[in-house]
Design a binder for this molecule. Structure first.
Ligand code: ADP
Ligand code: MG
Length: 262
């Protein structure tokens, strides 16, 4: 089956800077993402998660290897991908609705249609009452909802999310996780979601990619298509959840052999 995204032998080495040596953040990384898949990538801080997401987003280019989307090599950012970052990258001088409209302006859609679409996505993330609020008038969770609506509004094929809920309190985070799953089921987008939280990775991902660092590469991929994910029951409290959670935990804690730097 053709992959939506193919990451082939990708390496990213940052050049030496300010007296610091060159640094290889990810190396020999291979990964295939299916069309319409919700993939979570979990790994410790500094293991190269953001570097990998930036590479897929086309914000940086690999030093070795290549990334294909629909069999075409990524050479820069594109309207086929939207990125949602950890910190709400909203324009403070624009209202919530105007922030969502931003991506649509870039796409050259007629004004009336733009407004209609932006409102649809504001509604989808539960913010229909907050069109005219400025970012400073919104809570952290609401700002992140606006960022998600903006990402979805220009209808990208792939949604890239870099720890988007990490700065939020547990309750808000869990609400947004649930909403994101609803949105994914409704829109059938391909989603790559990065997190350092095991629970978040297991709750959201159909497959969970475990990364290890120094340099960042895929340690293992865990399948998470259990039936209880689809039922209305409380998946987080199920036995399947704890089993998979433990599997991810073990993969993250297993010692990998590394040549000693002595
Ligand atoms: P994560 O998102 O998993 O926390 P990052 O991808 O941000 O990790 O970083 C991986 C490693 O690459 C870290 O050691 C970080 O210091 C290094 N790194 C990231 N960006 C740069 C850069 N522009 N120049 C040099 N090193 C970088
Ligand atoms: Mg990061």
């Amino acid at each position: 089956m053709q992959s939506k995204i193919s990451i082939e032998f990708v390496e990213k080495t940052f050049p030496p800077k300010n007296g610091k040596e060159a640094f290889t953040a990810v190396a020999d990384l291979n990964l295939n993402v299916r069309e319409g898949e919700f993939l979570t990538i979990v790994g410790p801080s500094g293991c190269g998660k953001s570097t990998l997401l930036d590479l897929i987003g086309g914000l940086t280019t690999p030093t070795k290897g290549r990334i294909l989307i629909n069999e075409k090599e990524v050479t820069g950012p594109g309207l086929d991908r939207a990125i949602v970052f950890q910190q709400y990258a909203l324009y403070p001088w624009r209202t919530a609705l105007q922030n969502v409209l931003f991506g649509l302006e870039a796409k050259g859609i007629a004004k009336q249609e733009r407004i209609q679409q932006a409102k649809y996505y504001m509604d989808l993330v539960g913010l229909s009452q907050f069109h005219d609020h400025y970012p400073h008038e919104l809570s952290g969770g609401m700002k992140q909802r606006v960022a998600i609506a903006r990402g979805l509004a220009y209808d990208p094929e792939v949604l890239l999310m870099d720890e988007p809920f990490a700065a939020l309190d547990t309750q808000t985070r869990e609400n947004l996780q649930e909403e994101l799953l609803h949105i994914w089921r409704k829109t059938k987008k391909t989603i790559i979601f990065i997190t350092h939280g095991i629970d978040e990775a297991v709750y959201l991902g159909e497959r969970i990619v475990v990364l290890t660092g120094n340099p960042g590469k895929v340690k293992t991929i865990i399948d998470n298509q259990s039936s209880s994910r689809w039922s209305d029951s409380d998946f987080r409290s199920s036995t399947e959840f704890s089993t998979i959670r433990h599997e991810v935990w073990r993969a993250l804690h297993e010692k990998t052999y590394q040549a000693a730097h002595i």
